[in-house]
Design a protein around this ligand. Structure first.
Ligand code: CO
Length: 136
């Protein structure tokens, strides 16, 4: 067995049509609070992160029609979009996926929200789930 490269669930990302309505649901129902909001220009999305212990719920809504989240919403509707796994070193984890013959979306680590370094792994490699490797 290789060494465990995943250190924590960083976030569960949920694609929504109405970001304010989704935030209000988590706030009023569960008492969750928004820890961070950001426009991620490169991905064409706006996010709101609600903290749950050491992890986040990441609510995502598209800011343009060409965003992959816009395509996701139009074909699949609202729901879980991806899971972010925290790693100590995004590059090492990404290379482990490639070494195992896995298909990646990002060829190299790149900037994510809140100053993180991230890389996405194709759902075809990961049993139907889009995975984001997140290095804080
Ligand atoms: Co994410």
């Amino acid at each position: 067995m290789p060494e465990l490269l995943l250190t924590e669930i960083d976030h569960v990302a949920i694609a929504v049509n109405d970001l304010e309505a989704a935030i209000a649901f988590y706030e009023t129902t569960f008492g969750a609070t928004v820890a961070h909001r950001e426009f991620i220009e490169i991905d064409g999305v706006e996010e709101a992160l609600l903290k749950v212990a050491d992890s986040y719920i990441q609510l995502l809504t598209p800011t343009r029609d060409t965003s992959t989240v816009a395509k996701y919403l139009s074909t699949k509707g609202e729901g879980i979009h991806h899971v972010g796994y925290r790693v100590a070193d995004c590059g090492i984890a990404l290379e482990a996926v490639k070494a195992a013959g896995g298909r990646t979306i990002d060829d190299a680590p790149r900037p994510g929200s809140r100053g993180t370094t991230v890389a996405f792994i194709h759902p075809k490699t990961a049993f139907g789930t889009l995975i984001e490797l997140v290095e804080e």
